[in-house]
Design a protein around this ligand. Structure first.
Ligand code: FES
Length: 131
């Protein structure tokens, strides 16, 4: 069995506590094709949570401005298009047009002070990963 791939996304301290940050990455699918993969990483104290940056309502990115992911109270993720809000811990939509649906979670780990994505093959070329 192949070991799970692990990719460093950023330093843990790059994201202040109670903030969310977006990353535009590229994944390698089962056929070797590259496709864009936009994710949200939330830091809450010592915890980090990750979700695919895709609203279950219309499939758009949640942020209406770069790295604007939280609701006005700073306690839920919010979609900028129609205002659905999502619990941070579960990704479940608790208010708005996609109520009851969930964001797709991403496995993250903090290793040696770095936030890492686990179990997904990424394209390692920084130039393409940040576009
Ligand atoms: S697209 Fe996100 S709430 Fe409609």
């Amino acid at each position: 069995m192949r070991p799970s791939p692990i990719y460093v996304i950023c330093r843990f301290n790059d994201i202040p506590s109670r903030q969310a940050m977006g990353f535009r990455l590229m994944v390698v699918d089962d056929h070797g094709n590259h496709r864009p993969w936009s994710i949200i990483v939330v830091r809450w104290g010592k915890k980090v949570l990750g979700y695919v940056n895709r609203c279950p309502h219309n499939g758009v990115n949640l942020d209406w401005q770069r790295n604007e992911f939280l609701d006005p109270y700073g306690i839920r993720l919010m979609c900028g298009k129609h205002g659905s809000t999502f619990e941070l811990g579960t990704g479940r939509c608790v208010e708005g047009p996609c109520q009851g649906r969930v964001l797709t979670p991403i496995a993250l780990a903090v290793l040696d002070g770095d936030i890492c994505v686990v179990g997904v093959h990424l394209v390692e070329d920084d130039a393409s990963a940040n576009n």
